[in-house]
Design a protein around this ligand. Structure first.
Ligand code: FMN
Length: 186
């Protein structure tokens, strides 16, 4: 199924779609540091993500310290591109925020959805600003929480190393829409 963007919204929607479809996970970074003002813009894009009850149940830790970056890359099973990033964002969920209002569903579902929306917004904004990033989910959670000192109700959900891209990966294939789209029932 193809959507005709010209019919649905013209130039702007085409730009949005291009930003979405041309973003890639970047795993090789230049040595250059990212400008603070760009980091602020990326975070602002996260701020405007939707969240259950608008509770914005996320926390965000920024790591620039070289030694901490190395330790984080060890916690991520020695993926050393992580240590080479200009900075590492660690988006977390605050289970108390969503849990207080929505109980178990807030802790187990909404908070993760909230922060995931914020992460995707930030990945897209980073890409639009010429900055590369990768969502890394494979890490030893205990090692990471020990390193960054989060309390038990604040759970890191990803490591997001960011930096100026030093690669242009070929787009990995996507499933055909017809493969997963169901009409009216499964
Ligand atoms: C929840 C989640 C976890 C991921 N974990 C990792 C990871 O641990 N290591 C990694 O290199 N990439 C990880 N990725 C990135 C995916 O490999 C990547 O998004 C996918 O291959 C599609 O490529 P693209 O982002 O360039 O479109 C993760 C992505 C998501 C959404």
């Amino acid at each position: 199924m193809k959507v005709n963007l010209k019919k649905t919204g013209g130039v702007i929607s085409m730009e949005v779609f291009q930003t979405i479809s041309q973003r890639r996970s970047i795993r090789r970074f230049k040595k250059e540091d990212i400008d603070e003002s760009l980091v602020e813009k990326i975070i602002q894009a996260g701020v405007w993500a939707p969240s259950a009850g608008n509770l914005q149940s996320w926390e965000l830790i920024l790591v620039k310290n070289r030694r901490t970056k190395e330790k984080l890359s060890e916690a991520a099973y020695m993926r050393d591109f992580i240590a080479k990033a200009s900075l590492i964002m660690i988006p977390c969920i605050n289970q108390r925020v969503s849990g207080t209002v929505y109980g178990n569903r807030g802790v187990e579902l909404y908070s993760i959805q909230d922060v995931s929306c914020a992460i995707e917004n930030m990945l897209l904004m980073a890409h639009a600003l010429g900055i590369g990033a990768c969502w890394v989910g494979a890490f030893d959670e205990q090692q990471v929480t020990d390193l960054i000192g989060t309390p038990s109700y604040v759970r890191p959900v990803a490591l997001v190393p960011m930096g100026y891209p030093d690669e242009k990966p070929y787009p990995p294939p996507r499933r055909d829409v017809a493969d997963f789209l169901h009409f009216e029932e499964y």
